[in-house]
Ligand binder design. Structure first.
Ligand code: AOS
Ligand code: ZN
Ligand code: ZN
Length: 430
């Protein structure tokens, strides 16, 4: 491995200051869990094998249609994004894979890019195609749709782009193509709701045919935006029907922000799994819509309930259980590295809490229709502070006990602000 962005000495020094307190907290939590028959070491080893991918685009500042405010030192190429993702992995030890997006991350040598990632301790996760915006020199516009466009040449272009993403993914060592289309309408009557789905299905089938044997195609549904009246793959119903029609390699991807407010997402997770179609997640949080806020920052309880369903699913595997976990957030006001460090920790903690649920007590209460005790089985796990197990697992994997403090001490961002070229308006203004 070449030089990693954060020095091992810095991490060790930072950890040294935390060790005594962590040892104390870990021992105390271990005793508490032991009283309920849970072996903390077993939980820790489950956490040690947990991971969540980070999106290459998440390394940059997000924005809205009103404005984007870049920060000094923001990455402007996939190479710089990989370097930032390496920082997240070095400190958190739960984000060893990066999900790239094309053509945003286009380079001339993908095998070289794969080696570059490997030298930073990273590999590639699902490849994301982009047919929701036009690129310079593109022959046909996606203004009226892509895979579901009424224009055949546009559909063909979208199909070819997805197939090109598969080809790039093969070179990067990926095994999944995530397809989210912005296709939809803004006016009643704008498009035939049935025929637009027909066109989507036909075009998606062409992409499906190009999938290598051991690949999966993840269909990401979204209720609205950029289309505000209807979208072609609007919800988990449309998604599972499309996935069932396409074939066994097609699965559904649940982006937590892509539902109507207050929808019971954990139940959607259970449903998709029941029919063997749960393919993966884009983790984020939201208050109003597809806000792409940091995971667990608004409703950590929902995130916990999602993981609770995932543990249940794992105990009852149907046609395999192997969902891909990924973060998909828009970091508009924070340092993206800090947001992803904090989010990776929040996600891992919810996974850990779900592992603590006394399944026997839960199932017994469910069978006995003892509502309060069933709820309490979840509540007890949710109320447990699992930070010491998650931190201990991270420490043992070579990460930082206090990820954010160690990151700040590294002064990584300010070093990058000296080295990297400024991004557009606002960059360089501190
Ligand atoms: C869009 O809302 C989706 O969440 C997609 O996953 C999209 O490809 C990603 O957010 C990058 O824009
Ligand atoms: Zn998403
Ligand atoms: Zn989204």
């Amino acid at each position: 491995m070449t030089d990693l962005p954060i020095s091992a000495e810095l991490i060790a020094e930072s950890n040294a200051r935390e060790l005594a307190a962590l040892e104390d907290d870990y021992a105390s939590l271990g005793r508490k869990l032991e009283r309920t028959g849970i072996d903390i070491e077993a939980i820790k080893s489950r956490i040690a094998s947990f991971s969540v991918a980070v999106p290459s685009w998440g390394a940059g500042r997000g924005g809205t249609r009103f404005a984007k405010f870049p920060i000094p030192g923001e990455p402007t190429s996939i190479h710089e994004k990989l370097e930032d993702c390496a920082v997240i992995q070095q400190l958190s030890r739960v984000t060893p894979r990066v999900s790239p997006h094309f053509p945003w991350d286009k380079v001339s040598d993908y095998r070289g890019l794969r080696e570059e990632a490997a030298s930073l301790g990273l590999s590639f996760d699902a490849v994301n195609s982009n047919t929701f915006q036009d690129q310079a020199n593109q022959a046909h516009s996606y203004a009226t749709g892509s895979l579901s466009s009424t224009i055949e040449a546009t559909r063909m272009q979208a199909i070819e782009h997805n197939i090109e993403c598969i080809e790039i993914g093969r070179q990067l060592g990926s095994k999944e193509l995530t397809v989210w289309v912005g296709d939809g309408t803004n006016f009643p009557g704008q498009q035939d709701l049935a025929r637009s789905l027909d066109r989507y299905l036909e075009a998606a089938a062409e992409v499906y045919t190009a999938l290598p044997e051991d690949w999966r195609m993840l269909l990401e549904h979204k209720m609205f935006e950029p289309a505000f009246y209807s979208t072609v793959i609007s919800d988990w119903g449309s998604s599972i029907l499309a996935a069932q029609e396409l074939g066994p390699k097609a699965k559904c991807l649940v982006d937590l922000g892509h539902h109507a407010p207050n929808v019971n997402i954990e139940q959607i997770v259970a449903r998709l799994h029941r029919f063997g179609k749960l393919g993966g997640f884009h983790f984020n949080d939201s208050k109003y819509g597809d806000d792409d806020l940091d995971s667990g920052s608004i409703n950590p309880h929902q995130l916990f309930l999602v993981f609770n369903e995932l543990i249940e699913a794992e105990l009852n595997p149907r046609e395999g259980f192997n969902p891909s976990y990924m973060i998909d957030q828009s970091h508009n006001v924070t340092d993206p590295i800090e947001s992803m460090l904090s989010s990776a920790e929040a996600i891992t903690q919810c996974f850990a809490k779900a592992l603590l649920v006394d399944r026997e007590a839960l199932h017994f209460a469910q069978e006995a229709n003892d509502t309060m005790m069933a709820f309490q089985a979840l509540r007890r796990a949710y109320n447990t502070d699992v930070a010491p197990i998650v931190s201990q697992a991270r420490l043992e994997a070579g990460g930082a006990v206090d990820v954010l403090r160690t990151y700040r001490e590294s002064r990584y961002r300010s070093r990058k602000s000296q080295e990297r070229k400024a991004v557009g308006l606002g960059a360089g203004i501190v």
